[in-house]
Design a binder for this molecule. Structure first.
Ligand SMILES: *Cc1c(COP(=O)(O)O)cnc(C)c1O
Length: 758
């Protein structure tokens, strides 16, 4: 967002009093000093919330901010402008209003007590190919959030989707004034919420105020008469209108109908819509998903309890085909009385087989005995449910691998912190993100500030797109027969030969597109893929002849970055620098350059990060030099049987181990089909129980392994560590004579994946 206001223009936009003035312009708004990155042209608003923003004025000044909007007197040096207002939030809204009024694009306001975020995200998805759409981030739909959303609008946007939420009478007038929507979407209201208002009519009426100046509002036909009475222009739809689109069989058909109606209004073709509506992204909040006891799939979303987050969790639960029986467990004890009805309403819409309302420290017996169900646990963070849900952990019965998302985030941040400012981050998520699962990590990276993703093959990229990944995606190996899919999913190919380049240009030309983003890989010493230095001029000359493609970046790959002797890497960096010069002087536009992988980023971030780095193993914490990175993977299993052996007894297939003395062995639930390789047989491999190493005895079987537990007291169901605190992934890789990459990508799909955010 660029506000482009001088300090005095800002002062009049917010109707304030200029207590002291220095010259300057403002482009961005700041209200959290922790988030100040570019401070030069920022204005700091001191909000009085649960913390008084005035206490942070000095900190903002120290970080370079020179313009302040305050509601109390403050003391600052002369080179800062200070604008006094009565209420900083109100003034912030005034600024948002001022900003909004610069735009003549359609501003679509979305309100109702249900489904706002879902509708906004879905409609965005239906429109985003044809239009540049601005939208409310997350569900910033409160008085403050609406203003924030509007301030995000910029000149590029062609349509804006703004959510507005109210919980009390009288709030909507102000929101209407700030947003002044040109179109509306009314999502409907629940039956319980009226407690907050005099009547259902009053509740509805409050919502309708948002639309009083809109050209018209998209509604479901059941609200026809209320809209009629209020004289608000409407465009009706219903689930049955979209029968041919199959939405009746899909989740939340009413939301889909509204989205379709609005997208149709914006001119999106029915054929296109029919396809898109069937492939809407699944929206998820903060949660942990795991295979639980009794064959249940557990969705642990016990972090917050706002209605939109609940709806997204339900959407996630109901769109998963994994279990047909859907159960919802709610703890409403920390929820505002007035919100409870809304919550129950949303749940009812999805229609789970059973809903349990729980409180305190006990779970109903009936719930504990549930089998083969998908069970969603939802509560606010303060509820005890987040502890109780642990009872469903399958610790006793399964083999599972845990990914610590907090460690991954910390690794990502650490690696990024080594890079010169402005360097972008591409994360390689090939081979199901190094074996961590299809889309969880890509989604996580998308949320946490990766700029690009990279995959090995086109179909991997297509899967990411189908699961709602919107970041640009670089495809390392793309073959001519995949080019159409590449275009279809907006994936960006790496080009490494002249014939591949020409074939791709031809496909792009046929599709009628131009300036399609591509990336050139150049050879500097890996000897795998890439243009030789001697052929670069030919490529550059050829590129002059077509506008079908545009080079986004040029990259190469280090072959020996983990070697403590950097001689070879340095040679590669040198030859990359030479090619970079040649390319830069021959292309009429600027392109990005990148060569560093994780190891490279740890070593050469200062001199060779260029515009971007490509991280992989580093975000999981498994580089050779890893003091600063945190391990993120734990692989666990459990004991399924214990046996006493007499001297002379043999163990397992091929009888390769004979007991020399009386001993106790345990059978654990992991075998070579899980990635616990057969080469670990007979003492090569070990696992840890209660902190003590237990060697493998006999041959590893397909699904099971026997270990020697003679030296410990071991019980059925004891937890067994394969990789974790005592045996790191690197240790385990050494036993197998391989590297962490191969261990990670060899843990079989049947091993349950658990993603832990703490
Ligand atoms: C896999 C890959 C990376 C990431 O490498 P790490 O060693 O995991 O950091 C970077 N670039 C290319 C081309 C890759 O194939």
């Amino acid at each position: 967002m660029k506000l482009e206001l001088s300090h005095s223009e800002l002062c009049s936009a917010v109707d304030g009093k200029l207590l002291q003035e220095s010259s300057g312009n403002i482009d961005v708004v700041i209200y959290d000093t922790r988030k100040i990155t570019t401070s030069r042209d920022g204005v700091f608003f001191a909000f009085i919330g649960h913390r008084d923003g005035h206490l942070f004025v000095q900190k903002a000044y120290d970080k370079g901010v020179r313009c302040f909007v305050v509601s109390k007197g403050i003391i600052l040096p002369e080179d800062a402008s200070v604008i006094l207002v009565e209420d900083t939030i109100y003034s912030f809204q005034e600024l948002a209003k001022h900003h909004r009024n610069r735009f003549t694009i359609p501003i679509v306001a979305i309100t109702g007590s249900l489904g706002k975020t879902t509708i906004k995200e879905w409609l965005y998805y239906l429109l985003k190919v044809e239009f540049k759409v601005g939208r409310t981030p997350k569900s910033y739909n409160s008085q403050l959030g609406v203003a924030q959303s509007l301030l995000e609008l910029n000149d590029q946007h062609e349509i804006a989707l703004i959510e507005a939420d109210i919980s009390h009478p009288g709030e909507m007038d102000r929101l209407e004034e700030i947003i002044s929507p040109t179109l509306g979407i009314f999502t409907g209201i629940g039956t319980y919420y009226e407690q907050n208002f005099e009547s259902k009519e009053a509740h509805l009426g409050e919502h309708l105020k948002l639309f009083k100046h809109a050209n018209f509002t998209f509604i479901l036909d059941e609200y026809h008469s209320q809209f009629r009475r209020s004289k608000i222009g409407m465009m009706e739809t219903s689930v049955s209108e979209w029968k041919n689109f199959g939405i009746e069989q899909q989740n939340f058909p009413e939301n889909r109908a509204l989205c379709l109606k609005a997208a149709e209004f914006f001119g999106i073709d029915h054929v296109v819509l029919k396809d898109r509506i069937a492939h809407l992204p699944v929206l998820t909040g903060r949660q942990e998903v795991f295979e639980g006891i009794n064959g249940n799939l557990i969705i642990n979303d016990t972090y917050n309890m706002d209605v939109d987050a609940l709806e997204q969790a339900l959407e996630y639960q109901f769109s998963s085909k994994e279990r047909t029986k859907k159960i919802v467990v709610l703890d409403l004890s920390h929820v505002d009385e007035l919100r409870k009805g809304d919550i129950l309403d949303v749940v009812q819409r999805y229609g789970p087989e059973q809903t349990f309302l729980v409180e305190g420290n006990e779970l109903p017996r009936e719930l504990m005995e549930m089998t083969e169900a998908s069970i969603l646990f939802k509560s606010s963070f303060h509820s005890n449910l987040k502890v109780l849900v642990q009872k469903f952990k399958n610790r006793k019965h399964e083999t599972w691998v845990e990914f610590d998302l907090k460690a991954i985030r910390s690794n990502l941040r650490h690696l990024q912190s080594l890079l010169p400012k402005g360097t972008k981050t591409l994360v390689m998520v090939k081979a199901s993100s190094y074996g961590t699962g299809d889309v969880k990590i890509p989604h996580f990276l998308q949320e946490h500030g990766a700029d690009y993703l990279g995959v090995a093959y086109t179909d991997e990229g297509a899967t990411l797109r189908e699961k709602g990944i919107e970041l640009p995606i670089l495809v390392m190996n793309s073959e001519p027969n995949a080019f159409e899919d590449l275009l279809l999913h907006q994936l960006e190919p790496s080009i490494h030969s002249m014939s591949q380049l020409k074939a791709f240009v031809e496909v792009v030309e046929q599709s009628g597109q131009s300036n399609y983003p591509i990336h050139l890989e150049v050879e500097t010493g890996m000897h795998r893929l890439g243009f030789e230095e001697s052929s670069i001029q030919e490529v550059l000359d050829y590129l002059q002849t077509t506008n079908a493609v545009q080079v986004m970046s040029v990259f190469s790959h280090l072959a020996d970055a983990d070697n403590s002797d950097s001689t070879y890497s340095k040679k590669q960096l040198e030859s990359f620098a030479i090619m970079k010069k040649q390319i830069e002087s021959n292309l009429p536009y600027t392109v990005m350059f990148h060569i560093l992988n994780s190891e490279g980023a740890l070593k050469f971030a200062k001199e060779a990060a260029y515009d971007m780095v490509r991280l992989g193993i580093g975000i999981f914490g498994y580089t050779s030099n890893n003091d600063q990175l945190l391990p993120s993977i734990r692989w666990k299993t459990s004991v399924s049987q214990l046996k006493q052996l007499e001297p002379g007894d043999t163990i397992g297939y091929g009888r390769t181990y004979t007991a020399q003395k009386a001993m106790t062995i345990a059978t654990i639930r992991v075998g070579y089909a899980d990635g616990f390789k057969r080469s670990l047989s007979n003492g090569v491999g070990k696992v840890i129980i209660k902190g003590t190493p237990c060697p493998v005895v006999g041959n590893v079987c397909m699904d099971m392994t026997m270990i020697d537990v003679s030296n410990i007291t071991c019980n059925l169901y004891d937890e067994v560590e394969i990789i974790g605190e005592h045996q790191t992934l690197q240790d385990f890789a050494k036993l197998l004579n391989t590297i962490p990459y191969e261990v990670m990508t060899s843990i079989n799909k049947r091993v349950a994946r658990v993603y832990v955010r703490s």
